[in-house]
Design a protein around this ligand. Sequence first.
Ligand code: GLY
Length: 370
Amino acid sequence: MTPAQTPATLVLGGGLMGLAIAHQLARHNQTVLVISRRRSEAAGFVAAGMLAPHAEGLSGDLLRLGQASLEGIPRWVAQIESDSGLSCGLRTSGIVVPFRTASERDAYPTAQLGLTLDRASLDREIPGLGPDWTTGLLFEQDGQIDNRRRLMRALERACVSLGVQFMEGAEVIDLERDSAGHLCGIHLRSAEGSEQHLHCRQAVLCSGAWSQHLVPELPVFPVKGQMLSLQGPREALKRVIFGPGIYLVPREDGLIVVGATSERDAGFAEGLTPDGQKQLQTGINSLLPMAANWPPMERWWGFRPCTPDEGPLLGSGPFPGLWLACGHHRNGVLLAAITAELTAGAVMQKAPNAAAKALLEAFRWNRFEN
Ligand code: GLY
C-alpha cells in the first residue's frame, strides 16, 4: 500500500470496538483499514453480551457512560442491521439480581434504580431459582445481545458493505512517530510473516487486553474469564440472572450462556482450569439447580481488558494521531455503542457536545496520574 492508497484511519484490533468504530467512521464516508491479529481472541466473541449498567452495579462516571450507551443501543443496532441485513439478537429481557438478605440488596450501588422483589415475585420472575435467595432487584431497563453468534457477524458484514478494508492475521509490532512526535506509520508483521510499514496519520488502538503491548504507558491488564453454555428448554428462563460471581444469560433459542470467573492473577494463561469450571458449576447449582441437568454445549475463556478503576480509556492517546478505545473490562458489549460514537467523533475532529466532552474527560487515559 503506498501512502496515497492507505485509508485515512487505521483501526488496530478487529474485535467489537474495532468493528464498531470502523462501522461508524465508514458511515461518515471515512476510509478505514482494520488490522487484526486473531479474531477468535477478541473479547466480543468471549463475552455473554449483557447490557447491564444497572445489574452490574456500576456507579459514578462509569454508570453514566453505561446508561448513555444503553440508551443509544437500539439506534446503533438498527444501523448495523440495516447496513448488514442481519439481526443482532438484541433482547430487552431485563435482568434479575438475587440477594440472600435485604441489607445486601439495599447496599447494592444501583438499588434505587431497580424494582424490589420479594421471594414470591422472585419465583414468578425466575421459576426454579435456588432456595438461598430471599429477595432481589429487577432491572427491566437492562438487556442482552447475542454477541458471539450474531452481533460480531452483523457488524463485520456492515463494515464490508460500507467499504471498510481488513487485514487479518497481521500483528502490529510498533507505532512510528515523526520528528514532531505525531503518529506517522505502523510497522507490522503480515500473516505470511513479512514485515511491512504502513503510512498513517491517524490510528485507533482497540487491542483490548493486549493494548499495553503496543503502548506501554497505558495501564491495561488482562482479567481472565472462563465461561460455558448449556442448552435449556426454550423459554425455561426469560430474564437474565446476575448472581454474585455467576450469571445466566438465556438466548431466544434456549441456549444459556454462563459466566464468568474473574481471574486477576492468571495473566494471559490460556485454557480452562478445574477450579474455574467448578466455580461456574457451583454457581449454577446455587442460582438455578434444575440447570445442572441441562446439557453443556461449549466451554471457553478470554481476557477482559481491565484498568485500575475498571473504566475504559477513551479519546486522544499519549501522542497526536493516536486515539484510544480500550480497557472496557466487564462492560465492552454495553459500551461499544457509545465508544464508537465518541471515538468516531474525535477521529473526525467534530467538536463534542457538553455530554460527550465530559465523558471523554472522565475516561482520558492519564486520569490515574496524580
Ligand atoms: N460482563 C460480565 C463479565 O465480564 O463477566
